[in-house]
Design a protein. Structure first.
Length: 316
């Protein structure tokens, strides 16, 4: 078996070289092969993953060594293939990893040990998971619109200018965003499912809102949790919709939204979606993002794609 470690050299603050050196020492005693591929720019991880999957299929594992951006790219490279992805959370946010490792406080050393990458007794379970298709691209975690995208945009700019802030840059961005209007408009035509399994449509032109999160997993934005009970293989996308609110109404929402208590928020509703269309009310780019990366679409057509990516889980 070949293990392809795709590393984003600028992601996170962990000492990757020290980690890789220790794993290399283990592989010297194995018949398996360890290959390290460093990315040099946006899109590299997708290309590297796709090329190895085409060449080796199920005889290789792609190991994501970065944050959510690296996971997103690799997922897009491995979709519809037999090659599984293993995730070593070496980024800053590691939001998707919080879901699969069932904790908001991830210890990467424990993850590595649990997979047996230090001991040489490599073990894992492979299970297929769903993805979100949006305009032909794949989302593994969360696609969202509204105030959180504005926070993401401002936070990324602050983090670039003041790197030592790390994840705290996004807390600063929240304060900045709350000083602006929190009311937005989009058009939606979405196929939904209620909690009894009955289908219904969400059609609003326009929809007045502050935030709409469409979730394959649970966490995003550095730990916010709009879908605590999401399942990665149920063929459904959990959603959280927050009505248009002002700053005074928003302040008590933030801690509940972070803690996964969306059902307790007065101005929010939750449910399930399977597909839909979201488009701009004035032909300007949507205020939206996918897996933490902003997009500039004026229209998004999305749907859940069932069990199209193989993922390595820690054995129970």
């Amino acid at each position: 078996m070949k293990y392809i470690f795709i590393a984003n050299p600028i992601a996170g603050n962990d000492d990757k070289q020290k980690i890789f050196s220790r794993i290399k020492s283990t592989f010297r005693h194995l018949d398996d092969e360890m290959i390290i591929e460093e990315t040099k720019g946006k899109g590299d991880a997708k290309i590297i993953a796709r090329d190895y999957a085409q060449k080796y299929g199920s005889d290789c594992v792609i190991v994501s060594c970065g944050g959510d951006g690296t996971v997103h790219e690799i997922a897009n490279g491995l979709v519809y293939t037999k090659t599984p992805m293993m995730i070593l959370p070496l980024g800053t946010g590691n939001d998707f990893a919080k879901k699969i490792y069932k904790t908001k406080s991830i210890n990467v050393e424990n993850v590595i040990k649990s997979f047996g990458l230090y001991s040489g007794k490599i073990k894992y379970d492979v299970k297929p998971i769903d993805l979100i298709d949006y305009n032909g691209e794949k989302c593994i975690n969360v696609m969202s619109y509204g105030v959180d995208t504005k926070v993401e945009t401002i936070g990324r700019k602050i983090a670039a200018k003041v790197p030592f802030l790390g994840q705290q840059a996004y807390n600063v961005a929240i304060v900045s965003t709350l000083c602006q209007s929190l009311k937005y408009k989009i058009n939606v035509d979405i196929e939904c499912v209620d909690k009894n399994g009955e289908p219904y449509k969400m059609q609003k032109t326009p929809l007045d809102y502050s935030l709409l999160a469409i979730c394959n997993a649970s966490y995003y934005g550095g730990g916010f949790c709009p879908a605590p009970n999401s399942k990665l293989d149920d063929g459904l996308l959990d959603y959280a919709l927050c009505d248009a609110v002002n700053v005074l109404q928003a302040l008590p929402i933030i801690p509940k939204y972070s803690a996964g208590k969306v059902d307790e928020i007065k101005h929010a509703s939750t449910g399930y979606m399977t597909s839909g269309r979201i488009w701009s009310v004035d032909d300007t780019p949507l205020l939206g993002n996918c897996d933490g990366e902003n997009f500039d679409y004026t229209e998004v057509n999305f749907k859940v794609e069932q069990k199209v990516l193989n993922l390595c889980y820690i054995k129970d």
